[in-house]
Design a binder for this molecule. Structure first.
Ligand code: SF4
Ligand code: MG
Length: 280
């Protein structure tokens, strides 16, 4: 990795974590700023590129592995958490970060999300939520409002209430839960750093506007607000507070004390058993 001298400080810069691939997101897409936050977080932590893996599913935000210079695994739709769990259990010394959107994470990958929260493997999941399927041209997703009528597939609105990702993560046992907004990449970076450093499964819900299919989301900059409380380690207290929130509160809701899933007591042993079987 290139290092840079800033006075007497030596260390990586955010640009060291960007690949040579130019993002093809629409101009103004919130995901550009999230990418800036991701590379700032990686530089802040000084992550070794050869010890860091980003995993994604399918969708606009799932292009992150192509745009970063660490190891990347662009998996199939909705399966990023299953693949990432395998990576982390097989190589627990690696930093594993997962990226994706609301459709990939809560619809196609919804079942994996529940069990990743419950299992509590030590990795960090960053969901860029724009309340729409952007890559496939603007269909309602699991986080779309019931009365959003702009899609030709649901001209009278999807008619079902959206899921609440932060509440769902808490209910299923995620050990660190936070919400950020793409317009503030420094804060996105801070939340990612906190999530990576916190033991167990961390969920960081990032509101990231789709300016093409949900142009009204540009107004989120005047809708979001600080969550306004100190993080708690009590999931019940965090849940009570989240249920009072309007879905636009930003900050860390839970920094819990659950013991992460221990790979040495499960995956490593089973790999040893498999190898023993091969040797017979
Ligand atoms: Fe971003 Fe929406 Fe364009 Fe996808 S379709 S790149 S989410 S603005
Ligand atoms: Mg989406």
């Amino acid at each position: 990795m290139d290092t840079h001298l800033t006075d007497d400080v030596v260390g990586p810069l955010p640009g060291d974590y960007k690949s040579d691939v130019k993002p093809i997101w629409c101009p103004g897409c919130g995901d550009y700023s999230v990418l800036a936050g991701i590379t700032r977080a990686m530089a802040t932590m000084g992550l070794e590129r050869h010890d860091t893996v980003v995993v994604s599913g399918i969708g606009c935000s799932s292009r992150i592995p192509a745009y970063t210079s660490v190891y990347g695994y662009h998996t199939v739709h909705g399966r990023s958490l299953a693949v990432a769990s395998g990576v982390k259990l097989a190589r627990p010394e690696l930093n594993v970060l997962i990226f994706g959107g609301d459709g990939d994470g809560f619809s196609i990958g919804g079942n994996h999300f529940l069990h990743a929260c419950r299992r509590n493997v030590d990795m960090t999941y960053i969901v860029m939520d724009n309340q729409v399927y952007g890559m496939t041209k603007g269909q309602a997703s699991p986080t779309t409002e019931a009365d959003w009528c702009e899609s030709k597939l649901t001209p009278e609105g999807p008619g079902v209430n959206p899921i609440q990702p932060v509440a769902l993560a808490l209910a299923c046992g995620a050990n660190f839960v936070a919400r950020g907004f793409s317009n503030n990449p420094n804060e996105v970076a801070r939340l990612i750093v906190e999530g990576v450093r916190h033991p167990g499964f961390s969920v960081i819900h990032i509101l990231s506007p789709c300016v093409t299919f949900r142009p009204e989301q540009r107004n989120w900059k005047s809708t979001v607000h600080p969550y306004g409380r100190e993080p708690t380690d009590d999931p019940n207290e965090a849940m009570r507070a989240v249920l009072e929130d309007d879905g636009f509160g930003l900050g860390i809701f839970l920094a819990g004390n659950r013991r992460p899933f221990q790979p040495e007591s499960a995956a490593t042993r089973s790999i040893a058993q498999i190898e023993e079987g091969f040797a017979v």
